[in-house]
Ligand binder design. Structure first.
Ligand code: MG
Ligand code: MG
Length: 255
């Protein structure tokens, strides 16, 4: 079932979104060579507690993970791309780190992810990370009232296709609001003009992710972290948006 949100409810999601954006920006800034992933998890945990927010990840037990998850952020390094379980790993120069963070404040959820390059970037990694950001922007631009969900998916997928990057369709964007994962599913490839009509009040998390080479993933022995089968590096960008009369409103931008 898809629940449209009132403007007031969207404003509440934006409060959560602002916090999610602030924490992600803070952690991205901290992510330097020599910093341990567990330090980032601890910082995120402290911020969640101080804010009185509720982590959407803690105790999460979906079918695709070996639950319950006992962390408040997903940190995916290099060939890991989604659902990365923080562990005792010290970041190295050139690492590609995806941070994915979702919390609920006063009952309203926001979900966002960003990928940063730690220390000295490789040119191909910069291109990869930028492609997911560009795809996210393209998806947001396509998310206008009256458009179809397929238009958003197609806009995201077109950016990957332009780079020759293959897209995995097992995981994509999703509706959200009172909980982290609601209908509809938003694949990262699609056909324009198809699917659900976007109406004001619809709230979505758009989240392009891919590697430059492979779309095959496997689950790490930790039971959560998804890695590319060929070891290629991945990137992931995500925003929570609301469809409004004036177009998409991005709720997880730190402004
Ligand atoms: Mg997320
Ligand atoms: Mg998400």
């Amino acid at each position: 079932m898809i629940e449209l949100k009132t403007p007031r409810e969207i404003d509440k999601m934006a409060v959560t979104g602002r916090f999610v954006a602030e924490v992600l920006a803070e952690l991205a800034e901290l992510a330097r060579p020599g910093v341990n992933l567990l330090d980032l998890e601890q910082r995120a945990r402290r911020r969640v507690k101080e804010r009185g927010a509720e982590s959407c990840y803690w105790d999460y037990s979906p079918s695709f993970g070996r639950g319950p998850f006992r962390n408040v952020i997903c940190l995916s390094v290099n060939d890991a791309v989604l659902h990365g379980m923080p562990y005792k790993y010290t970041l190295r120069d050139g690492d590609v780190l995806s941070l994915d963070f979702a919390v609920s404040i006063d009952g309203w959820v926001a979900d966002s992810a960003r990928t940063v390059i730690v220390g000295t970037p490789r040119e191909e990694d910069v291109r990869l990370v930028e492609s997911t950001r560009t795809a996210l922007d393209a998806g947001i631009a396509a998310a206008v009232p009256g458009a179809k969900l397929g238009d958003v998916s197609a806009a995201i997928g077109a950016v990957a296709a332009a780079h020759g990057y293959p897209v995995n369709v097992q995981f994509g964007g999703h509706g959200l609001g009172r909980t982290m994962h609601e209908d509809p599913h938003v694949p990262n490839v699609g056909r324009p003009g198809r699917g659900l009509v976007l109406r004001p009040g619809l709230t979505l998390a758009l989240e392009p992710w891919w590697s430059a080479v492979s779309n095959e993933i496997f689950t790490d022995p930790d039971g959560w972290t998804l890695r590319f089968s060929d070891g290629s590096r991945g990137a992931h960008s995500e925003h929570t948006i609301a469809i409004t009369e004036d177009g998409a409103r991005v709720l997880t931008r730190a402004e």
